[in-house]
Design a protein around this ligand. Structure first.
Ligand code: BEZ
Ligand code: FE
Length: 318
């Protein structure tokens, strides 16, 4: 073979980088015999999509550097208490997409939504009817419902972990020393009928942490940081898929543009206000002239109905 023929044979096997074939050149380096085929699949897809992104956007060197600086700042913002990369994934809708892929359920089962960074494991176990509000602020709210299976049967002894911000729009873990410990958190077990009820306060909208690069990104994109008002609930029972979800307050002005795309129609509760002091006393709100009530059933699918997968951000730091 002449030297000239040898050179064209090398070029034909994709050894050299070119704009047109950039992704193929990079992916050709991934060993077909790689020990972890899933890693190879993910790396190839990442290369393909990243190169397609760059070809579409055609960034200048300065723009590419600005993007790298942004990601560097996101990393610098992360600590044991703050996970800015998950927040970035949240505001780009990726956390909800990963959760949707991993939480496909039969129709009738309660839908998942985002876990968020403020869950605290093992909240205090409280008797049914107890309040989770330890700072006395806010408008009284009675939350009640049943945990049921797909056939409508109540599930006795199901566990509900619930948490929300206080009336000032902060979680207790964001205001340590200011709020009582475990303020607005509790764990409840359903009764023999699968019923639960507990007292709380009307949830308020509040901003996702927006004092870092993700907050700057939201502002630059003309987006606000306010999460639609909600109560977090994790429901679990042996033999059933755990549901990580929210109950949304229907009058919140941010329902349609939640910054982390967490709102689903099926998760918007029917909140009713009762201006009736006697009824408020019966509900456990002594001395209140009114109270709110939401009845919300939570329907669990059996574990066999899908392969199990933990939520993307299970156990994530704030
Ligand atoms: C939350 O609902 O607590 C939350 C979710 C995503 C990002 C920040 C907060
Ligand atoms: Fe929240």
């Amino acid at each position: 073979m002449s030297p000239r023929t040898e050179r064209s044979a090398v070029a034909a096997d994709l050894a050299w980088f070119s704009e047109e074939r950039s992704a193929e050149v990079v992916n050709a380096r991934i060993d077909a015999a790689i020990a972890d085929p899933r890693l190879a699949e993910v790396a190839r897809a990442l290369t393909r999509h990243l190169h397609a992104f760059v070809k579409e956007v055609e960034p200048t060197h300065d723009e590419w550097l600005a993007g790298i600086r942004f990601l560097t700042d996101v990393g610098r913002m992360c600590s044991d208490w703050r996970q800015e990369f998950i927040l970035l994934s949240d505001v780009l809708g990726v956390s909800m997409l990963v959760d949707a892929i991993n939480s496909r359920r039969p129709s009738g089962a309660t839908e998942n939504t985002i876990l968020g960074p403020f869950y605290v494991e093992n909240p205090p176990l409280l008797p049914l009817g107890e309040t989770i509000c330890r700072d006395g602020k806010g408008e009284p709210l009675l939350v009640r419902g049943h945990v049921r299976d797909l056939d409508g049967r109540g599930i006795a002894g199901a566990t509900l972990d619930v948490w929300q911000t206080n009336d000032d729009g902060f979680y207790d873990v964001q205001q340590q020393g200011l709020q009582p410990e475990m303020n607005m958190r509790g764990r409840f077990a359903t009764d023999e009928e699968g019923a639960f009820h507990f007292r709380s306060v009307l949830p308020r909208y509040y901003p996702v942490p927006h004092d870092g690069p993700v907050g700057q990104l939201l502002a630059a994109l003309g987006r606000h940081p306010n999460r639609a008002a909600h109560i977090h609930v994790i429901v679990s029972s042996p033999g059933f898929e755990t549901v990580v979800t929210h109950i949304f307050e229907p009058n919140c002005p941010y329902l349609r543009d939640d910054p982390v795309f967490g709102v689903k129609d099926s998760l918007i509760g029917a909140f009713r206000r009762f201006d009736d002091a006697d009824r408020a006393r019966e509900a456990g709100f002594e001395g209140a002239g009114f109270f709110w009530e939401v009845e919300f059933d939570l329907v669990l699918a059996p574990i066999a109905s899908k392969p199990g997968a933990p939520p993307l951000d299970a156990g994530r730091p704030a």
